[in-house]
Write a new protein. Structure first.
Length: 54
């Protein structure tokens, strides 16, 4: 995953949160995209995002 991809995902997350999306809706969106599991942790292809997001 490139830095550009990571930046786009972060922008997507911020846009969703700024639109007044609930935490559950945001989590559901990322779970459906395969980025997070239902516990809210990153799936294997996105583990490096965990380091950047903190």
């Amino acid at each position: 995953m490139s830095d550009k991809d990571i930046d786009l995902l972060i922008e997507l997350a911020n846009a969703k949160l700024n639109k007044g999306v609930s935490g559950k809706e945001a989590l559901d969106s990322f779970v459906n995209a395969g980025i997070l599991n239902t516990a809210g942790t990153y799936t294997e292809p996105y583990r490096e995002l965990e380091e950047i997001a903190q």
